[in-house]
Design a protein around this ligand. Structure first.
Ligand code: PLP
Length: 372
């Protein structure tokens, strides 16, 4: 063990680093396989808009300059699109950056953040890293909501005068479950003013459910609400690292105090602006996902596996057996999925919606693996 561990802050000593999906290049190196299908990190199988790719090379000559640290143009464009003020927007090096900023601004030892037991892992990590306590609410049980879903009542009951933040992902990763806007608005209204609700809408573009809506419309009414979004998923730009939050101007100014002055790189800023000007690619990805989600869910069910109904670009299913051997066997066939034991969901894997042929390939590999 590293002898410096005892010198690290207590929060860092207790920290288990985030476990990312296995990179394609790592499996290529290890297996020597030519064809790798990565369905492990909820990436968009279409990648970024080709229009963006054609424009970026012209920007390379400017890389000697610092980016615009205020993100002026992108914030203007976003503000216009979202009908908010540019001052309400904070840009991040991925929305992950924003989640850490909000933790640094509002959390410290003695303060708490409340979240659902099977919520996105970064909420716990960001909370622990600054020495605050995370408090986990039990999920819905399959009777009063989808199994493993967010139980708003259970979350609300854990909020007390130490609770600085409540993290909610809608839809949630890794469960793919969502909250109806009716109940969610009610929940946010019920929170004390000093508790900020961080509402993570990383996957909102994909949701078709009629009782779902973005929480952006509630910002004027709810000063303790903050909505985070990303260009990593539906916009297919995970490698560029850019996301943002929309909050009250007050909160945005606080986030701004602790963020790195140049936290978003210039290529990401330019690409995000281009992405917002062309909905065709975004919509193609969403349509592909709608079809693929159905194909994936039906294929898994046909193999006798129980899936958690998902509205995102991924789906989690119960293998009802030890996951590691199945994960390994899939790797041997060139397919990378995501075991989610670390989300306290043993027996489950999460699979990203790929292209039609990627899903076919995965389902076939899974069938062979389960039969073996
Ligand atoms: C993928 C994901 C993010 C986005 O992360 P980025 O840092 O923007 O790439 C945020 N929240 C959830 C729930 C996610 O699954």
């Amino acid at each position: 063990m590293n002898s410096y561990e005892s010198l690290a802050t207590p929060g860092v000593q207790g920290l288990q680093p985030y476990q990312p999906g296995k990179p394609e290049s790592a499996l290529k190196r290890e297996s020597g396989l030519d064809t790798i299908i990565k369905l492990a990190s909820n990436e968009n199988p279409l990648g970024p808009d080709p229009l963006i790719c054609s424009r970026l090379p012209a920007l390379l000559a400017e890389l000697g300059r610092y980016p615009d640290g205020t993100g002026f143009e992108l914030k203007q464009l976003l503000a216009d699109r979202l009908s908010v003020k540019p001052e309400q927007i904070t840009l991040g090096n991925g929305s992950n950056d924003i989640l850490e900023l909000v933790a640094r601004v509002f959390l410290q030892p003695g303060r708490e953040a409340v979240m659902s037991r099977h919520a996105f892992a970064i909420y716990q990590l960001a909370t622990q890293a600054v020495g605050a306590d995370y408090v986990l609410a039990s999920p819905t049980d399959g009777v009063n909501g989808p199994v493993y879903g967010h139980d708003l009542q259970a979350i609300r009951e854990l909020v007390n005068d130490k609770t600085a933040l409540v993290f909610i992902a809608n839809p949630n990763n890794p469960t793919g479950t969502y909250l109806s806007s009716f109940w969610l608005k009610d929940f946010i209204d019920s929170l004390p003013q000093q508790t900020i609700c961080v509402l993570d809408e990383a996957y909102f573009e994909y949701v078709k459910a009629s009782d779902y809506s973005t929480a952006l419309d509630w910002l004027d009414e709810c000063p303790n609400l903050m909505v985070t979004r990303t260009f990593s998923k539906a916009y297919g730009m995970a490698g560029l690292r850019i996301g943002y939050s929309v909050s009250s101007i007050d909160v945005a100014e606080l986030l701004n105090r602790v963020r790195q002055p140049f936290n978003v790189n210039s290529l990401a800023l330019a690409a995000a602006q281009l992405a917002l000007l062309d909905d065709a690619h975004l919509n193609a990805g969403i349509s592909l996902n709608t079809k693929g989600l159905l194909q994936l869910a039906e294929g898994l069910e046909a193999l006798g596996l129980a899936v958690i109904p998902s509205v995102g670009n991924f789906i989690s299913c119960n293998l009802a057996r030890s996951v590691q051997p199945v994960y390994q066997a899939l790797l041997n066939r060139g397919v990378i999925v995501r075991p989610i034991e670390n989300y306290d969901m043993p027996g489950y894997i999460r699979t990203t919606v790929g292209t039609t042929s990627e899903i076919d390939y995965f389902l076939n590999a899974l069938e062979l693996t389960l039969r073996a």
